[in-house]
Design a protein around this ligand. Structure first.
Ligand code: AMP
Ligand code: MG
Length: 438
């Protein structure tokens, strides 16, 4: 039996992106729940059910600056037939009125102040003679007020418990905390809540050629960009990057750094040293220090990938290790496809890693360079009700600016050699899409 001519023979250990991701995610689970101050919890997952301890607002209060009245006293009030009520007091937000509003009386009241006993409606300033006064009330308190509009019972009154009822389940465990949720927690009077802890992700750049930005450039050297792009991706996800010092291509340097990273992190991410290069000692160190597998993933950019585990401390804690390729685009793309889901899983948001997928019209030919699935960096726009994608420019795995320009990743699948201009291509949206005004 002969192979069909078009079929490439793949190395036996070549696995799909999905297979690699499934193997990796099998090593991750949500981290423990810890108490955290409210302001530190943005983007984290709530680990407890939060109930209201009291009504919010605790007391019925006014939603307008105005006069607290008995609605019945205003019946029939109109510009042509206003009513006059005696002003018996003044109430600012923050205190409770210690008297009550009797028939024919009104209390001047500021937004948020509790409704005084006896009153059942608020007449806003706009419906009184308030605006006609030339002096400030504080300097010249007036004995009475003219009511120009009749108030219905309950007018401009926010009932107690309008927002939250005592005992009510307000936010269930599993809620992702955004600004609105954090505001609600504060309104309940909570200083801290229990959330799934932020993962610490050690990021290690390896290679004798690497310089730290700020150091003088020397022949043969390049600046470490992976450490920065990867640490930023980690931070963007809501995890805490621990950026380790660059390790040269020596077994000693690498071993020391790897141990340092593992001691303190929930995940170690390294870049470079996993390809077939002579000085790529990462492989050797990894194999000695922990359990590691080297995979060839059917994707481009970013074919070589290492994944393994280390035991930290007394062999109690197992720290997964993701060994990314060194090329800057490959490092980012593999972190996008494998590191991001792992971090989201640790954060307790296992589904959140999925990027929005859209079908876009290809503005140019996007060809796979080989048989592997091609993840092209693309600029996506919305025009005439459709998404349109074009490449960011040259797509080499060293062309990092291609990532800097991209708001989408166009995926040319294994089963088609190219997407032709005008064809639809699947795009993962990694940033906002603009729609030019027409
Ligand atoms: P390697 O995986 O060590 O063969 O590296 C592949 C390519 O990526 C080489 O051109 C390296 O110089 C480059 N590279 C490796 N690490 C980094 C890094 N941290 N920042 C920028 N480029 C890198
Ligand atoms: Mg190298």
């Amino acid at each position: 039996m002969s192979e069909p001519a078009h079929r490439h023979v793949l190395p036996a250990d070549m696995i799909s992106v999905e297979e690699a991701r499934a193997r990796i995610l099998a090593h991750f689970a949500p981290l423990e729940a810890v108490p955290a101050p409210l302001l530190e919890t943005l983007g984290q997952v709530l680990a407890e059910d939060v109930r209201g301890g009291f009504d919010i607002p605790p007391l019925a209060n006014t939603s307008m600056d105005g006069y607290a009245v008995r609605a019945a006293d205003t019946t029939g009030a109109a510009l042509a037939s206003p009513r006059r009520l005696r002003v018996t007091g003044y109430l600012a937000a923050g205190s409770v009125y210690d008297g009550s509003v009797g028939p024919g009386e009104a209390v001047r009241i500021m937004t948020g102040a509790p409704l005084p006993d006896g009153a059942d409606a608020i007449v806003p300033f706009e419906e009184t003679d308030e605006e006609e006064q030339s002096t400030r009330w504080e300097d010249d308190p007036r004995p009475d007020v003219r009511i120009d509009v009749a108030a219905a019972p309950g007018a401009n009154v926010r009932p107690a418990g309008e927002d939250v009822r005592a005992g009510e389940l307000v936010l269930p465990a599993g809620t992702i905390l955004g600004p609105g949720q954090i505001g609600v927690l504060a309104s309940l009077g909570l200083e801290q809540v229990t959330v799934i802890r932020r993962p610490r992700v050690a990021v290690l750049s390896t290679g004798d050629e690497l310089l730290r930005p700020g150091e003088p450039l020397r022949p043969g050297a390049i600046y470490d960009s992976n450490g920065f792009s990867l640490a930023s991706m980690v931070r963007e996800l809501g995890a805490e990057p621990l950026v380790l010092d660059i390790a040269g291509d020596s077994v000693e340097a690498l071993t020391a750094r790897v141990r340092e990273g593992v001691a303190d992190a929930d995940l170690l991410v390294t870049s470079a040293g996993v390809s077939r290069g002579d000085f790529d000692v990462v492989k050797e160190v990894l194999a000695r220090e922990g359990e590691v597998g080297f995979w060839t993933v059917r994707m481009r950019p970013g074919k070589p990938l290492a994944f393994g585990t280390f035991s930290a401390g007394e062999g109690e804690r197992v720290v997964p290790h993701l060994g990314l390729p060194g090329n800057p685009v490959s490092a980012m793309m593999t972190f996008e496809l494998f590191g991001r889901p792992a971090v989201f899983t640790m954060l307790g948001k296992p589904q959140a890693w999925e990027r929005p997928r859209v079908r876009a019209v290809a503005g140019e030919r996007i060809a796979r360079p080989d048989e592997r699935r091609f993840y092209a960096r693309a600029i996506v726009e919305r025009r005439d009700g459709r998404y349109h994608a074009r490449l960011t420019g040259p797509q080499g795995s060293g062309v990092l600016t291609s990532f800097a320009l991209a708001n989408g990743i166009a995926v040319v699948p294994e089963d088609a050699p190219a997407v032709e201009p005008g064809d639809e291509v699947e795009v993962l949206l990694i940033d906002r899409v603009t729609e030019p005004e027409s």
